[in-house]
Write a new protein. Structure first.
Length: 156
């Protein structure tokens, strides 16, 4: 099996979108995805680049991806956020996720970031164990807060 981790290209965004939909189905939230392939192209490759994306190719087919973007911490300074790391179900447990995470962490290290953050759903124990083996620490005493599009529009 030939695995190659590389920077994503515009042409990969159709497949990246498919991976996002696969994750949404896995998390039982497919109707929550508003993002389109065209949004990914505009936001990742347009005039104002909002994210970086790495893909994992297995035998010339994209089977995994990681999307990251810059953040700023008032305590740490420049940080990096891993929005999603996705590997297709059929390709899990083959080291692809580890290679993608390695790429993200090394990218952050080269940037000189002080912290890399991401979220994991609490029932995905396998993912939590994977991240902890890589040295990540689960922060139990913090909660994620979301203000959705409807709440933003109705904000007074």
């Amino acid at each position: 099996m030939d695995i190659k981790i590389r920077n994503a290209k515009k042409e990969d965004m159709k497949r990246v979108h498919e991976l996002i939909m696969e994750l949404a189905l896995y998390e039982k939230l497919p109707k929550e995805v508003d993002l389109t392939k065209d949004d990914l192209i505009k936001d990742g490759f347009g005039g104002k680049k909002l994210f970086n994306c790495f893909v994992a190719e297995v035998n010339s087919r994209v089977e995994g991806m990681a999307i990251i973007y810059n953040r700023y911490s008032t305590w740490k300074g420049q940080t990096l956020h891993l929005e999603d790391l996705i590997v297709t179900k059929k390709m899990r447990n083959k080291g692809i996720g580890a290679l993608l995470l390695d790429k993200v962490i090394l990218f952050g290290k080269e940037m000189g970031v002080k912290r890399i953050t991401w979220e994991v759903i609490d029932w995905n124990k396998k993912a939590i164990k994977f991240y902890e083996r890589k040295g990540a620490r689960l922060i139990d005493d913090w909660s994620i807060i979301h203000l959705n599009e409807k709440a933003i529009k109705n904000y007074h």
